[in-house]
Design a protein around this ligand. Structure first.
Ligand code: HEM
Length: 492
């Protein structure tokens, strides 16, 4: 019996070793890039246990080894890039179009056919077919719905006025989900007025498990992941997310077939925009799998990012009263000129608001890291060669907080965008760049403006009194370990 156990143990070690040993090509080029000495099997994965957050570990690696830093995660060669000239090589040319292997770990959730994670062949077709659903005309009609949900958020916040500090993310998150569901799916979820959202709770679990899994190479195989504690937690949360999305699709299909329940007028009598989901359902070439993957993708990418962008902006404004006052002044001027009913052009004409949002997306980039699979050996302007099969990770958060490109990067200064003479446009790319940039960029910008506008018409923000610092972490999108504590006061 003990012999059998020994043989099984040795077989398991050989299996792990093979699983974690990179190809000689990766090994040769990978080790020419600066980085810490790897251990057998795990590579450099232990660097992620030494710090409080994954971001801090990555940041330390970049500080120590430079703007091109190498880590081995098992057999995966993970190269962090923070120089805009190096990043440009990937984003400006249509050569390295597939997302990195880390995104494949999201397949059981986002599928293989969604725009965000899909490979180039599927992505090209979907992006072309679905781009019209983000057209300016559609956004223009969506403004009223965004305003409606922003107003509900403000009503919900009434109970927090003049109260101790609280996490603003909880409110913004539900508002963002309601916005994406009604504008993109045609379903008014009313998540803000419900006390509990199973979708949001389980989504949080899924994203946290997934991000940790990326940096734990021993959990990359399905078998080991499924028997791990993280895998069991994930497998319990996933069906909730899946069934939620399926219900959204079924409900919309039913609404489209029974015309009675299809109310295509907004409360103020204007025509509702055609939701993204109707574009997909009308596309006869889309399989059920493709529909589900795209809806799953837009539900996630369309609310978690804007939630993060808005919440961090509000948090930054709570700590920068002079910026807040200037923004309030601009909002009051706009109301004095145009009244309450603003068009998309009115929102976009507020220059200071625009710069506040740009600065928020710089200092707290909602998507801190994006990554590509290296499709062929490529030599970067910095001189290093990235071998085919490695992962190139662009750390947008570090790039945007690098003093080489932004003076006093820790200061929240929207004015820096007034005289914007960037040496290289790839120095500031919160929505990524090139043909796989964010398809929802215009939608996100208008949503952020409307929510800030409605909020500051009613309230002022005050800094938290108990929580004075936050630790940034990646949970696919940026998050803070302490939440984003603020206090609010009524204006007037
Ligand atoms: C502040 C808000 C947002 C930020 C900062 C943001 C940022 C990004 C970034 C950096 C990417 C590239 C990701 C990668 O290469 O892995 C991306 C892609 C994407 N985003 Fe956004 N996003 C935001 C809002 C939105 C919204 C509101 C939607 C949908 C309504 C959306 C839908 C997508 C989709 C579908 C992709 C994949 C595009 C493609 O590969 O063709 N995003 N976003």
């Amino acid at each position: 019996m003990s012999w059998l156990a020994l043989i099984l143990f040795v077989a398991f070690i050989i299996y792990l070793y093979k699983l974690c040993t990179p190809s000689s090509h990766l090994w040769k080029y990978g080790n020419q890039i600066p980085g810490p000495k790897p251990l057998p099997i795990v590579g450099n994965a232990l660097v992620f246990i030494s710090e409080k957050t994954i971001l801090e570990s990555l940041w330390n690696t970049v500080r120590q080894y430079g703007p091109v830093a190498r880590l081995w995660l098992g057999k995966q060669l993970f190269i962090t890039l923070t120089d805009p000239k190096d990043i440009e090589v990937f984003l400006a040319r249509n050569v390295h179009m597939n997302k990195s292997g880390s995104y494949r770990l999201l397949d059981s959730w986002l599928g293989k056919k969604g725009m965000l994670t899909g490979d180039a062949d599927v992505w090209k077709v979907h992006r072309k077919l679905l781009t019209p659903s983000f057209h300016f005309k559609i956004l223009e009609n969506a403004v009223g719905m965004i305003e409606k949900h922003a107003n509900i958020m403000c009503q919900q916040l009434e109970s927090r006025v003049e109260q101790p500090e609280f996490d603003i993310t909880d409110y913004v998150e539900k508002c963002s989900l309601d916005i994406i569901c009604e504008t993109a799916m045609g379903i008014d979820l009313q998540c803000q007025t419900a006390r509990y959202s199973r979708y949001l709770e389980n989504l949080k679990t899924i994203t946290l498990v997934m991000i940790a899994r990326i940096f734990q190479p021993w959990l990359h195989t399905e078998f080991l992941f499924n028997i791990s504690t993280s895998g069991r937690i994930y497998n319990k949360a996933l069906p909730v997310i899946k069934s939620h999305v399926l219900k959204v699709i079924t409900d919309r299909k039913e609404m489209l077939t029974s015309k009675n329940s299809l109310n295509d007028q907004t409360d103020d009598g204007t025509k509702k925009p055609k939701p993204f989901l109707d574009f997909i359902l009308a596309e006869s070439n889309f399989t059920n799998e493709e529909i589900e993957d795209e809806v799953q993708t837009i539900m996630f990418a369309g609310h978690d990012t804007t939630k993060t962008g808005i919440s961090f902006c509000l948090y930054a404004l709570s700590n920068n009263p002079h910026v807040q006052e200037k923004l309030i002044e601009e909002i009051d001027d706009m109301v004095a000129q145009k009244g309450e009913n603003l068009s998309i052009q009115d929102y976009n004409s507020m220059k200071y608001m625009d710069n506040v949002i740009k600065e928020g997306l710089r200092i707290y980039s909602p998507v801190p890291i994006v990554a590509r699979k290296v499709a062929e050996d490529v030599t970067l302007p910095s001189g290093f060669t990235l071998p085919v099969g490695s992962e190139a990770n662009f750390c947008l958060l570090f790039l945007h907080n690098d003093e080489k490109y932004f003076e006093e990067p820790n200061k929240f200064k929207p004015e820096r965008f007034e005289h914007q003479e960037r040496k290289n446009p790839f120095e500031y790319i919160p929505f990524s760049a090139g043909s796989r940039n964010c398809v929802g960029q215009k939608f996100a910008n208008i949503e952020m403006k409307v929510v800030l506008f409605k909020f500051f018409q009613k309230y002022r923000l005050l800094p938290a009194t108990k929580t004075t610092t936050i630790d940034l972490e990646t949970g696919i999108v940026l998050r803070s370990l302490q939440g984003l504590p603020v206090r609010i006061a009524r204006r007037n």
